[in-house]
Ligand binder design. Structure first.
Ligand code: MG
Length: 189
């Protein structure tokens, strides 16, 4: 279960409050940053499951830091904002920003927002994995088709014969069809 959180907020009292609320609910605060530079450094170092990101901070602001983090790491970011910044956040919409939380932060707005963000992030992660698996499946089939085509040409086999030959080899040598196909493609480069 994803539970590691990085808190980025320049006001130390708000930071401490949030840390306490999160820890009370079983979250692990793996880092605290007071500006955008520190946020980036800690995001890379700690690889949290979620970043809570204030916007207005000294040196680098939260949106800029979010952009840098999102360009390199696949970590969801929950923006913490004063109401007046809401429009600004909407303009700066980007993939990794999973939501925003309006100050003042209280347990009753922080915890549900974090839970939803974590849930969505997990769902997105699962979906990405499914897409990757599906893409691999397509690639695998393409390889097998190409290898089968080569066998048909070179050995004058029918499609079924070529497929059977590959399947027999796969079983006899305890190799996947994909590996057999790769071997055939390699040998006929
Ligand atoms: Mg601030």
């Amino acid at each position: 279960m994803s539970k590691k959180i990085l808190i980025v907020e320049d006001e130390s009292i708000i930071r401490m409050d949030m840390k306490m609320m999160l820890e009370d609910h079983g979250y692990e605060v793996v880092g605290e940053a007071g500006d955008g530079d520190q946020a980036i450094e800690l995001a890379f170092q700690e690889k949290p499951d979620l970043v809570l990101m204030d916007i207005k901070m000294p040196r680098m602001n939260g949106l800029k830091a979010s952009q840098v983090i999102a360009s390199q790491l696949d970590i969801p970011i929950l923006i913490i904002t004063a109401y007046s910044q809401k429009e600004f956040v909407e303009q700066a919409r980007q993939d990794n920003i999973v939501g925003y939380l309006v100050k003042p932060i209280s347990e009753s707005n922080l915890i549900p927002a974090v839970e939803i963000a974590m849930h969505q992030a997990n769902k997105a992660k699962k979906l990405k994995l499914e897409i990757k698996t599906a893409q691999h499946e397509v690639e695998k089939r393409k390889l097998i088709e190409r290898a089968k085509g080569i066998l048909m040409d070179k050995k004058m086999l029918t499609e079924q014969e070529a497929f059977k030959k590959m399947r027999d080899a796969s079983m006899a040598r305890q190799m996947t069809m994909e590996s057999i196909a790769k071997e055939i493609l390699y040998e006929n480069k």
